[in-house]
Design a protein. Structure first.
Length: 311
């Protein structure tokens, strides 16, 4: 067996290889890693020469790991995870909520919760430097799994056994209707009243779409139904008179200019649980529990702490 000195391996080279595997594109991998494409490609070639293995099958339009490459890249991911755990353990000794904290927020919550959250955090955690990211739930969970973010604020529950979750507040849903819709004539509505053909939904991938369908006990709608690409577009579609939907409480803020176009109605027992999510392997877990407790004690206006059975 050929001896390969460990000094020839670097964590940076392993990061390059994992980035290429994630993105299946050398140019985008180089952009993620902050290096030139030529530099990244050269380091990958040197690593292949060191290991005497071709890690990737390459063509002008196709990049994919070889069978041997897939096996070694999986091991490389374990090496990176162990190295990150080492750094996080060292960080935990000197104050886990000091310095940089990378927080992801789901798109149907971020624009409405973050403006009130930031002043709260600056007062309570003055040594904290925040880096915020917003996207759909699935991409955010992938970023969390790959240690591209430290925490995720999302709607619970979260599937999988690699994450720990802590509820932080309950956010009510309200029914939002075009002003002349027949349902606005009723002062009190239940979720069953909304399970009709005029219910507007977000596109696949938004957890709010699944929550609306579950709350209204409905199956996914037909392909020809118009779907909104974002919560803001959903709001515009309601204002245009295309139908109605469930809108989370925080997204109703600063909508005075819509008062002549839409009407809101409270709904019985319609809410979502917002929680904090982190990797089970993160040694800062106890500090994140304390952080979640702080957020529970300071719910945003219009929301309430989660009921005790969810804690």
């Amino acid at each position: 067996m050929t001896y390969i000195p460990l000094s020839g391996l670097s964590l940076r080279d392993i990061e390059y290889v994992v980035a290429v595997d994630d993105l299946r594109n050398f140019s985008r991998a180089a952009e993620r890693c902050g290096v030139s494409q030529a530099g990244l490609s050269e380091q990958v070639r040197k690593l292949e020469a060191l290991l005497d293995i071709t890690l990737f099958e390459r063509s002008r339009r196709h990049v994919a790991p070889t069978p041997d490459g897939a096996r070694l890249i999986a091991l490389g991911r374990e090496v990176l995870a162990a190295a990150r755990a080492m750094v996080e353990a060292a960080r935990a000794r000197t104050g886990p909520l000091e310095g940089l904290l990378r927080i992801g927020v789901i798109a149907t919550l971020g624009p409405y919760y973050v403006p009130s959250l930031l002043p709260l955090l600056r007062r309570a955690y003055p040594e904290l430097k925040l880096q915020l990211t917003e996207s759909l739930t699935a991409p955010m969970l992938k970023k969390l799994r790959q240690d591209e973010i430290d925490l995720l604020i999302a709607a619970l529950p979260i599937a999988g056994d690699t994450f720990d979750c802590a509820p932080i507040f309950e956010e009510p849903f309200l029914g939002v209707f075009p002003r002349d819709h027949k349902l606005t004539q009723r002062r009190k509505l239940t979720v069953e009243d909304l399970s009709g053909p005029d219910l507007l939904l977000l596109e696949d991938g938004h957890c709010l779409r699944d929550q609306a369908l579950a709350i209204c006990s409905m199956a996914p709608q037909h392909d020809e139904q118009r779907l909104a690409t974002s919560l803001e577009m959903l709001w515009h579609m309601i204002g245009a008179g295309e139908g109605y939907s469930l809108i989370p409480q925080l997204a109703l803020r600063n909508r005075a200019e819509w008062k002549d176009l839409v009407v809101t109605r409270p709904l019985d027992d319609a809410s979502r649980t917002i929680g904090l999510v982190w990797r089970k392997s993160d040694p800062r877990g106890p500090a994140f529990e304390d952080f979640a407790r702080f957020l529970r004690e300071n719910p945003p206006e219009g929301c309430t702490p989660p009921p005790s059975e969810k804690l």
